[in-house]
Design a protein around this ligand. Structure first.
Ligand code: SF4
Length: 186
């Protein structure tokens, strides 16, 4: 059960003498939606950051750039690896020459390209594989992973994350999630 502060704003003081309104089910859902609409409209009217601006404020420090609708759809194609290892056949020499930076394509697909904060490592690894080699590997992958597109996506998002973080640091902004007291000290 949720007691709405919207419908009963003074409940803490008056609870003992004025029973509040208790909601559940559809009335509760409708009230929460209406309350969210009022808060969002109020915030937009009075200039508080919402949407993409708020996303940047919250996540630039973590190097998490936003995705477009098309990019979100493309992520499905990047995540279908079945770990068969076929893309790593013949990669031994490049892996050895990379001195640890390049662990093979499968590990890029399964690990470092799955989390944006790890994209810097994925970019370093991908620098050891020419695009032509990635294109050839697409022909042997049973899951049809688009390696060339994946490499471009990883590079683009790593650059966007680094640039957003650098701009934030240049403005000397602490991450938005820090409490007010911490922001004052930062
Ligand atoms: S060939 Fe394709 S499915 Fe197999 S490990 Fe490589 S990326 Fe995954």
């Amino acid at each position: 059960m949720w007691r709405s502060p919207f419908l009963d704003p003074g409940r803490n003081k008056a609870e003992s003498c004025t029973p509040g309104i208790v909601l559940s089910g559809r009335p509760l859902a409708a009230t929460l939606l209406a309350w969210s609409l009022v808060k969002t409209t109020w915030a937009r009217m009075f200039g508080r950051k919402t949407g993409l601006a708020l996303f940047h404020e919250n996540y630039d420090a973590d190097r998490l750039p936003p995705l477009t609708e098309a990019e979100r759809k493309r992520l499905d194609a990047f995540s279908k690896c079945v770990a068969c290892g076929l893309c790593d056949v013949g990669e031994g020499e490049r892996i050895a020459q990379s001195k640890g930076a390049y662990p093979g394509i499968m590990r890029i697909v399964l690990a470092s390209s799955r989390s944006m904060p790890d994209y810097d490592a994925a970019v370093l690894a991908l620098d050891h594989v020419p695009e032509e080699a990635l294109r050839e590997k697409e022909r042997v992958c049973p899951a049809s992973i688009p390696f060339v597109d994946l490499a471009r996506f990883v590079r683009k998002k790593a650059a966007a994350g680094a640039s957003a973080q650098a701009m934030m640091e240049a403005r000397n902004e602490p991450p938005a999630a820090l409490p007010a007291a911490s922001k004052a000290k930062a």
